[in-house]
Structure formats: structure tokens, C-alpha cells
Design a protein around this ligand. Structure first.
Ligand SMILES: [Zn+2]
Length: 703
């Protein structure tokens, strides 16, 4: 669809104008008296948030509207064209907004107008099948040092339970109770600081977590046992909320995370939740629970805090986190009308921690690299969504003038995996210093890549990324790979280096990039000069190990060998998208120790285990196409009667859910499955990501 220059200039002026003078709008479409065949139709909705509880700060709501079969559908909310997902097959459009007014512009409607307009509230944000929240206890330093990078790689955020006294700036009065409790000392001196990952985050590190969208939870002002502070237990909780607000620019936590004597503390908060302002309590409990029928008169809402590394009961060698993720998936599969919420809890985070590998598993099995059925967010965000969902009232509105000032950036995710959604652009092989003249591609049933430390065997991978527009802004690119086995329990650092020389998967050896050309140095190890094979520094590296979980008592559990890992290759993908000729892929190399990992290759029989590159990008900015032609709306009679109202108790119909059909997923037991064929109606390879735009936590830090 071409745009004329006048409209481009007009839009630019509108955007500039609205940036300069907030509130400026330009009436583009004026409500007409009748509808024209072939012209745009409008559906209008009002969203009333007045019944949403005042503690809900994030009022995002995912709505689904039946719009029938049409040429194009645009959603205008708050005067902007916002990202939406229109599925012409089902005839539904989905979008997420916190606007009080929503207008939907439909062009080329091929469905009778009286059959469109039904609106439903999605059970979970983005209409996902289940939600996953991760909470870290105590604000330990290892969460900052190791945990945050593991989550950043995937674009995930979590919550941290903070002990008030450890982030307290000077100047907050502790009151009588504070004076009566023995000061526990500074975090670095604290006896809780065990024999690994010693130490706790300081206030500026906690502030940085907040600034990047993490949430903070109340973990008591003192982490003392309730018995040690008789008569002061409730004040101890209230003081933590106060300390967090004082230290972090008025931040109001919504969650209480119970610690020792969990049930006693849980009951204490339940009895006092209103005065404490804590509508959510995390206490001991089990796995995923349904969230479709929250009972709001039994606040605070209990979330189980189940330890992330706790082994599967019947299989002590298997990660508890992955077990509970599979369980949540299975529950969603078995109960298509219900939606679930899994909330797990961790303490220290090691470099090769179960927190990271289980998140990789989630991302490439149930996240954007897999069935895309899970919403990952801190617990307070999930709960605020549920409250908004149940208390906001959506009604069909009368025809009215529609104004547009701008288009919100559209953020998309594409998952590239050989044989997945028709993608056929991946090649890979490995090279071996012990057999320097041998090529290992096309090994049939083997279909593995080997990486052995220290730089004994290395894997070459390349993905065609031409489906991403060349002028897209790459926000994140994450390479996931499935490790089938580790040769031993040793540690291995695996790093991804951007390759600078063409190689042929059927000819590459340790000595040669192809039949025509040798590597600049054997093993693709020349890092400078005209013979350069790769960059000298990796785009990302991480420690892999047969996952070992150490619980708070020091007991060790060895966890399953086979799982997903990911590396951040954003910098490389930015180059490849902007300049496809520079795309020679990456080489994965091992360092530290003497360990080999076997990685499922792109020829692996199990499509779900093949390497996967998830790219998140912002589409190039474009003016709203709707600005081209101011068009009439449907007649008032079409919308004035039979106004459907979504009541707080309505349950979304799962059959309307575009993403409800689970895709084939990685077999959690690691057993090779014969074939994993995409379903008859695969998810589109490009997925719209409905981002939390802007800072959720815009609280200035005082000191
Ligand atoms: Zn604790």
C-alpha cells in the first residue's frame, strides 16, 4: 500500500506536535451517517476501569474481538494505532491496551456486519495458556551477578524478596520495635551468607533491577524468626514496605514472601493484609494452579513458593523446575477452558544454575522458540492482570469520531529452526582437531554437533535471517541449542564467536573452511588480518555443566543432563540483517576443563530439539496506513442495539484462542521421538510481541 508524501508529512507533524504539546489530536475520521460497501467499518468500545482495585498499577488488558473475515484490521487505542494480531481464519483480532477507549477499523469486511463485534477478555496477557513467575529470595548478590544475565538473555524479568534493613538508607525511623530487635549487621557480615555466592545486593543494585523492570517483594524488615520479635511481627512486615518505598522513590510492593515459619507469617499477613497493603502472599505450596475463577473476597491471594531446584519426586535426577513447567503445560492441554499460573522460587544463582537452564528450556519449548504458550512475568504483574481482567468492564460504544496521532512501534519475534514453520535456512556441522581432515556433516542418525573443551571440537552454525526486514531494529537475538549429553560432570564454558569467513557444511574440517579455502588458522582460529576467520571476543559465553542444585542445607542434587541452553548473539544478528553478505554464522567453542557436550543438530530427527534462533525486533516505523483515507463508519443502527457487555465473571472461549493449539514440543525425557511435524495450523513464524512499553517502575531513586 503506497502512501503519499503529504500524509507522511502530516503524520510527522502530528507526531512532533503531540510530542511537543501533549494532548494534541487531529480528527481524521468524522462519524458519518451511513456505511459504504468496501469502505472501512468501525467497532467502538469503552473500557471502564473504575472498579479495578486501587492497588493495581498496571491496567493492561488483552481483548479479543470478533471482526470476521476482512482485508485488514487496525486497532486504535488512546489515539494510537496499536499492535494487534488478526487471525483471518478465526476472524478474531487480539490486542493489549490500558486505554479507556478502543476503536477498531475494518477494511474489506466479507462477513455480515451483524455477526461481528463480540468482545472477550483474555484469561492471561497475550492470551497465553499459562503464566510463569520466578521469585528470588533475600536479594542475594548472586541474583545480580548470575541470575540477571541469565534472564536478560531471554528478555525475562523476575521478582526479588528484599530484606528491608539491608537496603535501608539512613534516616528511616525503626520505631520502638526496631530498637528492640538486635541489629543483624551488614549483609556481608551476615551469618546467612553461606559458603557459596556470599553476599547480598546493595541498594543501587536493587535499584538497577527495578529500573530494568524487575519487581520487589516484602521479605520482612528483619529476616528474624517471628519468635524473636514478639509483638513486633506485623510492624516488621510494615517496616519492610516502608523501607522499600523510602529507598526506591515511593515504590509500593504488592507481594509478601514468607520465610521461616512460613505458615505463621503467611497467616499473619492474611489477617492484616488490608492495612499492610499486600494483596499477594507467597508461601509454601505446590505447582501450577488455575486462575480463571479467582475469588476476590479471599485476599490476599496465595501463591505457592516452590523451590525451583527441588527434584522431581519420583525422579531425583530431574529438575523440579522443568517438571513443573511440563506439568503446567500438561494441565493447560488437559483443561482447554482453564489457564494456569506456575510460580517458582530460587535463592542463590550459580553461573550454570537450574534457574537459567530451566528458563532456556521454557523459552525454547513453551516460549517464543517453541509453542509460545507461556507468559513470563513477575508475580505481581500476573496478579494485576487478573484483577484488571475481572474488574474492568468492556462495553460496545456508539459511533464516534476517531482520532489518530501516531502508531505504536510493532515488536515482532521470529523463531528460526530448521523444518519449523517452513524454515529451511539453517546449516551446521562440527570440526575436530583430532581428525583435522574429516567433515562430519550428514551423519544420519547421529545428527549432533560436538563442542569439546579446551577448543578440541567446535560447532559451526549459520541461520539465514533474510525474513527479518533489513531496516528492522534488532532488540535481541538468542541462539538456543539442546545439549543431549555431557561427557562428564565437569564444567565447560561455551562461547559463540561471529565468523568472518565463508564455510561449507559439507566440506568444512578443522583445517579447511571449504574445499576451496583453508581457515586462516586451523579450527577457525585466525582472529585478525586478511585471513581472519572469526572475531577475537565472543558475543556471549556461559558455563555449562550437568546441572547441580545445592539447596539451603547444602545438600546437592545432580539434575538432568539433557536440556536447553542459550547464548546472546544480538550483535552478530544486527550485522547479518543489515548486511546479509556478512552472515557466516557463528562458531561455538569450548573452554575450561575437559568436557564435551553433544548438541542436537539441524538434521536432528526431532525438529523440536534443533538449534533455534529467536530474534526480537521492532518493525521499521511507518505512518498509520489508516491515515490515507478518512473513511465512514457503520450506521448507528448497526452498533446501537444489542450492546454486548463483558461481565467480570465471563470466561473467554478457548476455541477463539489463536495460540491455544500447543505445538509439538521437546520431549521432556530426552527420548528421541520419530518425528515432530508442525501441526496442521502452525503458528505464524512471525509472532507479534505485545511489549510492556515504557518503564513499569518509573520511580526515581532517592539516593
Ligand atoms: Zn529468605
Amino acid at each position: 500500500m503506497s502512501l503519499n508524501a503529504t500524509i507522511r508529512i502530516l503524520l510527522a507533524l502530528v507526531i512532533i506536535g503531540s510530542a511537543v504539546a501533549a494532548g494534541l489530536t487531529l480528527p481524521i475520521w468524522v462519524a458519518p451517517s451511513s456505511a459504504d460497501a468496501g469502505a472501512a467499518l468501525f467497532l467502538h468500545y469503552d473500557v471502564d476501569y473504575s472498579a479495578v482495585p486501587s492497588w493495581v498499577r498496571i491496567r493492561d488488558l488483552t481483548l479479543k474481538v470478533r471482526v470476521g473475515r476482512a482485508e485488514s484490521v487496525e486497532v486504535i487505542a488512546g489515539g494510537r494505532v496499536i499492535p494487534s494480531e488478526y487471525d483471518p481464519t478465526s476472524g478474531w483480532v487480539m490486542f493489549t491496551t490500558n486505554a479507556t477507549r478502543v476503536d477498531i477499523r475494518i477494511v474489506g469486511l466479507a462477513t455480515p456486519a451483524d455477526q461481528i463485534g463480540e468482545v472477550q477478555k483474555a484469561a492471561l496477557r497475550g492470551d497465553k495458556r499459562w503464566a510463569y513467575s520466578l521469585t528470588f529470595d533475600d536479594g542475594r548478590l548472586s541474583v545480580w551477578e548470575n541470575g540477571k544475565p541469565l534472564l536478560d538473555r531471554l528478555g525475562y524479568r523476575a521478582g526479588v524478596a528484599i530484606i528491608g534493613e539491608w537496603v535501608l538508607p539512613s534516616g528511616l525511623s525503626l520505631g520502638t520495635c526496631g530498637d528492640s530487635i538486635t541489629w543483624r549487621g551488614h549483609p556481608s557480615d551476615d551469618p546467612l551468607c553461606g559458603n557459596n555466592n556470599c553476599g547480598y545486593m546493595n541498594a543501587s543494585q536493587v535499584a538497577a533491577l527495578l529500573a530494568s523492570g524487575w519487581s520487589l517483594y516484602n521479605h520482612g524488615f528483619f529476616h528474624n524468626s517471628p519468635e524473636s520479635m514478639p509483638g513486633c511481627e506485623v510492624e516488621n512486615i510494615a517496616k519492610c514496605t516502608e523501607a522499600l518505598a523510602y529507598a526506591f522513590g515511593g515504590y509500593r510492593t504488592l507481594v509478601y514472601t514468607a520465610y521461616q515459619n512460613s505458615n505463621y507469617l503467611r497467616d499473619l499477613v492474611i489477617a492484616n493484609y488490608a492495612t499492610l497493603g499486600l494483596p499477594i502472599v507467597q508461601a509454601d505450596g505446590g505447582g501450577a494452579t488455575a486462575v480463571d475463577n479467582i475469588t476476590w473476597n479471599t485476599l490476599p491471594y496465595l501463591r505457592p513458593r516452590f523451590d525451583i531446584g527441588r527434584p522431581r519426586d519420583s525422579r531425583p535426577d530431574t529438575s523440579g523446575a522443568i517438571y513443573y513447567m511440563d506439568d503446567a503445560h500438561q494441565k493447560a492441554l488437559n483443561n482447554p477452558t482453564l489457564h494456569f499460573w506456575l510460580s517458582l522460587h530460587g535463592h542463590n544463582v550459580e553461573r550454570n544454575d537450574v534457574a537459567g537452564s530451566s528458563l532456556d528450556y521454557l523459552h525454547f519449548t513453551y516460549g517464543p522458540g517453541g509453542s509460545d504458550e507461556v507468559w513470563v512475568a513477575p508475580a505481581d504483574e500476573v496478579f494485576q492482570y487478573l484483577a484488571t481482567r475481572d474488574y474492568a468492564v468492556v462495553t460496545r460504544a456508539q459511533p464516534r469520531t476517531v482520532t489518530v496521532t501516531a502508531r505504536s512501534p510493532v515488536i515482532r519475534q521470529v523463531a528460526l529452526r530448521q523444518g519449523w514453520n517452513g524454515y529451511a535456512g539453517a546449516v551446521d556441522t562440527y570440526i575436530d582437531s583430532g581428525q583435522p581432515k574429516r567433515n562430519f556433516n550428514n551423519l544420519g542418525d547421529w545428527a549432533i554437533l560436538r563442542v569439546r573443551s579446551p577448543d578440541i571440537r567446535a560447532a559451526l552454525l549459520r541461520f539465514d535471517v533474510s525474513s527479518v526486514p533489513a531496516n528492522a531494529r534488532i532488540l535481541r537475538a538468542t541462539l538456543g541449542f539442546y545439549v543431549r549429553t555431557h561427557s562428564n560432570e565437569g564444567e565447560i564454558d561455551v562461547a559463540a564467536y561471529t565468523l568472518r569467513r565463508a564455510w561449507n557444511p559439507n566440506e568444512a574440517t578443522w583445517e579447511r573452511a571449504s574445499a576451496a579455502a583453508a581457515w586462516g588458522a586451523p579450527g577457525a582460529n585466525s582472529v585478525n588480518g586478511s585471513g581472519r576467520d572469526r572475531d577475537a571476543t565472543p558475543t556471549d559465553a556461559r558455563s555449562l555443566r550437568r546441572i547441580r542444585y545445592i539447596d539451603v542445607t547444602g545438600e546437592q542434587f545432580l539434575i538432568d543432563d539433557a536440556t536447553w541452553y542459550s547464548l546472546d548473539i544480538t550483535a552478530a544478528v544486527r550485522e547479518w540483517v543489515a548486511n546479509p553478505a556478512s552472515n557466516f554464522g557463528v562458531v561455538l567453542k569450548g573452554a575450561v576443563g575437559s568436557t564435551e557436550v553433544e548438541i542436537a543438530a539441524s538434521e536432528s530427527r526431532d525438529v523440536g530439539l534443533r538449534p533455534c534462533l529467536v530474534i526480537t525486533y521492532a518493525e521499521p516505523e511507518a505512518p498509520p496506513a489508516a491515515l490515507e483515507t478518512p473513511t465512514p463508519e457503520p450506521s448507528p443502527a448497526a452498533t446501537a442495539t444489542g450492546t454486548p457487555t463483558v461481565t467480570p465473571t465471563s470466561t473467554p472461549t478457548p476455541t477463539a484462542t489463536p495460540t491455544a493449539t500447543p505445538e509439538p514440543t521437546a520431549n521432556p525425557t530426552g527420548t528421541p521421538t520419530p518425528t515432530t511435524t508442525p501441526s496442521a495450523t502452525p503458528n505464524p513464524p512471525h509472532r507479534l510481541y505485545l511489549p510492556l512499553i515504557g518503564a513499569k517502575h518509573s520511580y526515581p531513586v532517592l539516593r
